[in-house]
Design a protein around this ligand. Sequence first.
Ligand code: SF4
Length: 485
Amino acid sequence: MLSTHFVKEIHPIGDQQVTLTANHYNPKMVFVYLRYVTLSFQSWEKKKRVCFNCKSKTLRPFLVQCVEQNRREEHGLVEESLDKRALRRKLTSSEKFNRRGFAEEKEATQLLMNSEFSSTLLQEAKAGNNEIRSGQVTVKLADSYGFCWGVERAVAMALETRKHFPKQKIWITNEIIHNPKVNARLAELNVQFVPHKDFVRDFSAVSSEDVVILPAFGATLSEMEYLSNLGCQIVDTTCPWVSKVWNSVDKHKRANCTSVIHGKWNHEETIATASFSEKYIIVLNIEQAQYVCKYILYGGDKNEFISKFKYAISSGFDPDTDLEAVGIANQTTMLKNETNAIAKLFEETMLKKFGPQELSKHFIAFNTICDATQERQDAMLHLIEQPLDLVLVVGGFNSSNTSHLQEIAERKGIPSYYIDGPERIGPQNRIVFRSSSSQELIEKENFLKQGPVTVGVTSGASTPDKIVEDVLERVFMIHKLYCNT
Ligand code: SF4
């Protein structure tokens, strides 16, 4: 067995972790060693190390993918000699790390974007009063909807990349954005997705000659490091608003605060954000925030706490000691009002526990709510104040910001239908849609009423206007066929 002088012990802990004990820590040696070790774990594992050489008592987590005897797949390893911020800087300043796209391809790409994703019908409506009439149907569009700046930039960069590297194999670590049609279009252009299972990406087919695109909501630090070590060309389309959140978790760490991330623990953006923070807890909503704040003030059952947040806390998280000082961060697409309410709740909790003089040592918050998310949510709130018979919310079903727009309509009690494309509207005046809270598809007949009808329409930040136009054309046709009295 290789390197037994180097690795002292390797112990499984339950079926989720192993502890690797090394005589002297060296990431490359760990890497080499793990290539030859057979472990019975199938997925990314959190591993810890103790360096007997430097007598470090700190158990620092790093990530590797387990290796089966005949099938080696090794992945990123966080360089522990650098802190995460320094490591991110090092990686992003490398020659093969492109964050700007390719200027020489921009003009042609813009033409392609216009022809594939924009809509003349919607552009004309935007230039007017955001209303479209056809027969007895009046469509009222939200004041702000559709592609946000960050998404448009990411899609354009992906297209530029394809044009710039016409012969190379191009991969993308995840969906470029949460829209199935845009992703399908990239697949047609032979931009391949890195396969993954249970949040574990399998990079074994990616070679140093390839190009890898990181999507708008980013990639984890260990993925970035793995790709950088591999030596492939990286094109990073991460939205600057998302990077702003990563900067804020850096600041939390420097202020010795635990990051409280308002988001979904299994959302790619939040997974990436968590990978850049040292200590964190992810809270989904105000109820979970209230639970945490109650624990801060009055204590509670530690085991219950850890079990409740088992997928949403950093390795070794101890609620008794790691909630003394907190900083607030968010997944950029969460409901703005909820993020604000969560921040306020933590601020009040710390104020109550430590008093006004000490508050700044125990609570920090930076405004990281993305403008585009905020504008679309505000526009939706304005739209539903108008007299409407129903609302259509158009966007990919895994788009967090789109489901929040649907949630706003549902709270108002207007009949509202969340659809991902025109195919969801069909003969017999039927619609197949989703609600904001369930993955299940619901079918409804006669969703358009007879006679004049007013339809409010919005779309998520990852939805091209062309898809909204196709939905509207379908609505006009179905109303004409089945509802014209
Ligand atoms: S919604 Fe905001 S954070 Fe997300 S890609 Fe768009 S601009 Fe960036």
